[in-house]
Design a binder for this molecule. Structure first.
Ligand code: G
Ligand code: G
Ligand code: MN
Ligand code: NA
Length: 254
């Protein structure tokens, strides 16, 4: 309960930080980054989302916190837009299924985008596949409303949730983020490798791009390139890091 009260104050006190993990195309070119929330406690301690996102979702604080992440992400896109080296970079922001239940979400998102003065097509929202378990019709309606503001959708942790292939065809989704467990298994087992290949094929047949999560080794990247995967994210390239460090990392790229 104490943590819940502190989390409630975190946004006002400027304790919400956003870290960024690069996303890389098969060509090696950086396509953008995923924004990942961190909570900087007054003690200086940095908390990762597993320590507080569940709490935020149970208490509906997630709406406020999610919008704060979006605000910071839009400031970053604004910053990037003034430099030719960064102006084409895209930014992915996680949207909690609980945020989708909030009637004011669409108007809040629209005003944040408008106030930031950014190109909304550079913004990608990620929804975890398990969000589709309940209230699908409403979820799809909200996703479409947000899509019409210019942002696009990616399905996060793909392959671990409940969405059927039939549902997938009806979703306004442009990208599948393949859950990293498929890659882990594929590195160990021939049959899992074929399964990963089929998942990538499904994305291609549906006209979607496929991003592999959790790419940690050059061998995994080569395997994925061979299977036709077009985007990667993982420790092989970089860990999530503060914006300033991301800029230093970008400067080091060939
Ligand atoms: O690096 P990492 O520990 O950041 O992320 C752990 C999990 O927390 C991921 O599954 C990610 O989807 C989730 N997460 C990270 N940032 C956000 C955010 O801003 N909002 C929501 N709802 N989830 C996030
Ligand atoms: O939203 P999502 O579940 O996709 O968030 C990505 C999560 O995966 C974050 O917690 C991030 O820190 C973590 N992550 C990113 N790259 C790697 C990786 O290469 N290996 C592992 N084990 N985790 C990763
Ligand atoms: Mn994500
Ligand atoms: Na994920």
């Amino acid at each position: 309960l104490r943590m819940e009260r502190e989390l409630g104050r975190a946004v006002r006190n400027g304790e919400i930080e956003v870290h960024y993990q690069p996303q890389v195309r098969y060509s090696g070119i950086v396509s953008g980054a995923e924004a990942l929330i961190r909570w900087r406690r007054p003690s200086g301690e940095l908390l990762t989302p597993d320590a507080f996102i569940d709490l935020a979702e149970e208490s509906t604080l997630i709406s406020e916190i999610g919008l704060e992440v979006l605000r910071q992400a839009c400031q970053t896109l604004k910053h990037w837009s003034s430099d030719p080296r960064t102006q084409a970079l895209r930014l992915a922001v996680n949207i909690s299924p609980v945020q989708l239940l909030d009637d004011s979400l669409v108007s809040s998102v629209s005003s944040i985008i408008r106030e930031a003065g950014i190109d909304p097509t550079l913004l990608e929202f990620e929804l975890t596949e398990s969000a589709l378990a309940a209230g699908t019709a409403m979820v799809i309606e909200r996703m479409e409303a947000l899509e019409s503001t210019g942002v696009s959708w990616a399905l996060d942790d793909f392959g671990t949730g409940y969405s059927s292939l039939a549902t997938l065809r009806t979703l306004p989704v442009r990208k599948l983020k393949i859950d990293r467990h498929f890659l882990i298994e594929a590195t160990r087992q021939e049959s899992a490798q074929r399964l990963l290949g089929k998942i990538i094929e499904i994305s291609q047949v549906m006209g979607l791009s496929a991003l592999a999560e959790g790419v940690e080794t050059p061998d995994q990247r080569e395997l994925l390139i061979g299977l036709g995967c077009d985007h990667f994210q993982g420790y092989l390239f970089a860990q999530p890091m503060p914006r300033r460090e991301l800029h230093a990392w970008l400067d080091m790229q060939p």
